[in-house]
Design a protein around this ligand. Sequence first.
Ligand code: ATP
Length: 893
Amino acid sequence: MKFYEMERPDIEKKLNVNLEKGLNSKEAEKRRKQFGVNELEEGESQSAFKLFISQFKDFMILVLLAATLVSGLLGEYMDAIAIVAIVIVNGFLGFFQERKAEQSLQALKELSAPKVNVLRNGEWIKIPSKELVIGDVMKFESGDRIGADVRILKANNLELEESALTGESVPVPKIAESIHGEHLNIGDLENMAFMGTMVTRGNGIGVVTAIGMNTAMGKIADLLQNAETLSTPLQMRLEQLGKVLIVAALFLTALVVGIGILQGHGFYEMIFAGVSLAVAAIPEGLPAIVTVALSLGVQRMIKKRAVVRKLPAVETLGCASVICSDKTGTMTQNKMSVTHLWSNGKTWTVSGTGFSPNGEFFEDGVRIIPQREKSLYQLLTFGLLCNHAELKQNKRDFFIDGDPTEGALLVAAMKAGLTRENLSQQFTVEQEFAFDSIRKMMSVVVKDQSGQRFVITKGAPDVLIQKCSSILWNEKKVNFSRDHKKIVDNVIRDFAGMALRNIAVAYKPLKERESAIQNVEEAEKELIFIGIEGMIDPPRPEVRQAIKECREAGIKTIMITGDHVMTARAIAKQLGILDNRSKVVSGQELNQMSIAELEEVVQDTAVFARVSPEHKLKIVRALQNNGHIVAMTGDGVNDAPAIKAADIGIAMGISGTDVAKEASSLVLMDDNFATIKSAIQEGRNIYENIRKFIRYLLASNVGEILVMLFAMILAFPLPLVPIQILWVNLVTDGLPAMALGLDHPEEDVMKRKPRNPKEGVFARGLGWKVLSRGFLIGAVTIIAFIVARKQHPENLAYAQTIAFATLTVSQLILVFDCRSEHSIFSRNPFENRWLVLAVFSSAVLLLAVIYIPSLQPVFQTVTLPPREWLLILGLSALPTFLLAGSFYTRKRK
Ligand code: ATP
């Protein structure tokens, strides 16, 4: 018998599990050991060895190695060994950089792995989907991606989208009853939920029947090896630029070689120098360093509780000009507690803080006993029956497992002595129509001990009113007259004006013989209004400041919420989003606007309230049409299209569904708005750091090429021997460039306007900085060479050593200049300890190759007297300080 044909007892027997209690943890552990983890096998990742070897596949490296071989054969052993050593060290550097990048990407993947709700030892707990075993009882709801193959045991309006398996994107309804038939396809198995499919509606419970490669998805997993590693726009631009730079470097190198040969240099000498120069000047390390800088930045973001799911988002973050953020839980704490209740013309207040179930009820400031107030008691009771939240307690505090809004209703009911346990003896829930943010309501059908069945509905008051035809007044059902509606409207306004989030409760008795309710529309009509519970949800304390900082950074914040217009307005005011000039627009108004009209309106709108998820997409489009780079948050299934359409889709880590997370490029682990700001700040910083080392590497390379070019044009001997060129390249491109990737942001990164995403690599003066600094580095090095030649015409190695030292030192000074968009003087040079350390160790290495006798023949250096360092340091400082000075004169003008 197949699982879909079985009834519960057969399933229990076959899977050896008690479906009421789930597996116990020992048994689960045993099964995991026996059957392995619940994972689809992935394509093999590149082995470390292969990655290392790939570092040497570069064409110029191969040419260099060939040239080295020739020089080795010609008897230049020392040279050959030193060059091979440098190439190997270079290879290791590239290897570690790439490996680090790969590992951090892998770590990211694990961080954003989904969790599932399973029943173990009779308790619902959350475990990583990887740890599911056969026989686990799990529950799922709208927005979840199913983590294994599951036989459904309970289905409430459950619908699944199975396109990953069947290609059919229309969601299919699911049931819990067994089915029989022959030649059933996956699409026919209505009581099974398959790994990889997603819940688009309702909720359900099921038992795992297959995991990992044995699932239906596992069987076709080979077809799905679509591990996408997206390049960022900058990486793509750099890749193109890299090609141009290679051609330019090769051309200039050829020029150097050609002129050198014409000027009478030896053919072999020039080829060797040329190849070394090409190896040094081609910025082959650039893409790897960019990836490292990106992934280091990504790790810093993780520390700030933002997980980047798609690398390109790191860059786009720095361009964000609008953040559209949910209110509840993101700007507010999601720690709701009911403070005001209204029913039957009376208003009560409740004391107590947080989710602690201790508090008292008051009417006009006088304490009352809630059990004696019939309408209040009924409001609380029904608010608890139409409710899934559970109150739990850890060492420090009470917390809610489930929806905090429902948690607040639960706690309020508990303050009146009601508990779910007691109620479940009097009422059984027969049917449920889950909450969704389009209807803004939720309903259950319950039966009491006498067999009487009711529909209980709770939801946004202004919406629920429209579904009510009567109201409970003095314990009697009376017609919901215009006067009553006016009274209720005023209560809604009063409560919302106090920034309360409101839930109304209504009900209707069903006739004895009435069969099960077929659809939501049938359940949620002709209801009897009972009352309203108003809850506070305090703003997160750090959000106000974050919004202010965003404003200074040229980023506008828009609040988008399903909550009431007045509640939203009150909270937006508290947070400083709403000022006198900006507007609040409601979902209803939005419905009547075309995109073009919205483009106009959105310019001075700060709050969109009572909106549905589909409105978010419209808002994103309008903002994008206005030229904005939009960051949009979301958590539900219905938010996914807007999250996808936004330039930066942001999902909530705690309250977000799998679907929202998968659509997003950034996940907030703490659901906090302030984290978005930190991520943007980090995004800007990462981009600036990348600019810093592009500027550094390219200016250095330009300098290296120009020294050689100048010398050849002036008919000088070689100012640098090949091994020196390779050494300069290794030492300066290695540690100092990496340390720039770790630099702190400049103070004003969050005071600048968002970056234009279309800007090129050389935008904002970078091209000029590269060329001017590079030119000067080439010039001072050649001047040092000329001066030394004058002093010691007979000793070429002496002049070469001085040129070598000047080239290295000028790059080590330049690196500090590259830290700032403004000037070297605008920052404390010792702030970045890594950089100081990198420069220090490079300097020590320079002294080592100049002064250690055994290294001198290898690097063809000679001992320099101390006074020469005055010349070297003086000249080396010029490229940086000359232009830093020019910055100041320009600024003063
Ligand atoms: P945000 O988009 O800022 O997160 P939100 O959480 O207030 O806004 P929704 O969750 O869509 O948006 O809620 C909209 C309205 O639906 C709320 O104002 C409330 O009145 C009602 N509501 C919220 N949760 C429930 C629930 N579990 N059951 C019934 N009604 C609810």
